[in-house]
Design a protein around this ligand. Sequence first.
Ligand SMILES: NC(=O)c1ccc[n+]([C@@H]2O[C@H](COP(=O)([O-])OP(=O)(O)OC[C@H]3O[C@@H](n4cnc5c(N)ncnc54)[C@H](O)[C@@H]3O)[C@@H](O)[C@H]2O)c1
Length: 362
Amino acid sequence: MRGPRQEASTAMNVLITGSSGLIGSEAVTFFDRLGFAVTGVDNNMRADFFGPQGDTTWNRQRLQATCSHFTHVDLDIRAREQMFHLFANNPFDLVIHAAAQPSHDLAARCPLDDFDVNAGGTLNLLEATRQHAPEAVFVYLSTNKVYGDGPNRVELTEHPTRWDYADPAYAQGIPETFPVDHCLHSLFGVSKLAGDLMAQEYGRYYGMNTGIFRGGCLTGPHHAGVELHGFLSYLTMVALQEGDYTVFGYGGKQVRDQIHSHDVIQALWSFAQDPRPGEVYNLGGGKENAASLLECVEAIGQRSGKRPQLTFSHESRIGDHICYYTDLSKLRSHYPDWELTYSFDQILDEMIEILGARIANS
Ligand SMILES: NC(=O)c1ccc[n+]([C@@H]2O[C@H](COP(=O)([O-])OP(=O)(O)OC[C@H]3O[C@@H](n4cnc5c(N)ncnc54)[C@H](O)[C@@H]3O)[C@@H](O)[C@H]2O)c1
């Protein structure tokens, strides 16, 4: 069952959770520019998770200063009755659910909060949508960690500065059909997979317009990057200050694919205009935007003349991917108008410029 096509010219009422974070704030700006009424829910829990460096107050204030149709609501998505109340009083047409405990590594230190936010919070939102806005499009930001460390079992080739897939079946990257079980996920991978499956089920069982997007490395200058989350933003920040950076395992040759938050929102908007209930998409920078940690350091160094002081640890992060890039074929076939507009080089240029200015002003 396909939902009705929503024309961009029709004003929508949009709820964005995690609105002060990287993806949420990009979504707020995008829908505000379209003239849509935007409600953002964020309780700044990123500061609880990561400490002062994770504080997103600056980003909320930036949105409040620059967006005309944006209302911020300081709510915890775990607070079921309050979330239901919010839905009862607002006829949402579109829900972008981007609030999360987002760190693979941090989850082990706070398993209860991690699961309550990522799984329980998602269920609260899905059920509130079903009860109060069953026709709405519901987009869930999932993660490539739902595949656990399974991608590490793909045959790899070691190159001078990176790993790559040797198995031709994965020449274009990891597709949505990759297995999600019989592997080590981290607690984060499991809590996100619980939300991911629940969002799929609300699409398949209830016929709701849910879409699930499994992110690779989502990035952009409005990330409150910290060591445990926001890889490229944190690495760039450390490099520009010539600070210490520890590389955990794989000799720095581990590969990630980078996608700019702008291109993420374009993909979500493509789905929202032509939803396919319960569909799952992998969403990342793909093969063309894939780079190893060593290559990222080198590229930042060439542009800025600044490099971090690297320390190499032989211990890798538990369940960390050695090589991951996204096969974008399914997304491209369902939404042929969607394309990557930011190359890896453009992502870096913008990040160096904006983070450099932030450092200079601090
Ligand atoms: N950034 C990435 O590389 C990446 C990769 C894959 C998937 N994702 C997913 O994309 C989504 C957005 O990620 P992001 O990078 O923007 O994260 P982020 O941490 O920048 O933003 C998340 C926001 O949610 C808020 N939040 C957390 N718990 C909350 C709660 N209980 N109630 C209300 N607000 C709460 C935080 O304060 C934060 O502002 C997440 O679901 C994440 O798992 C991100």
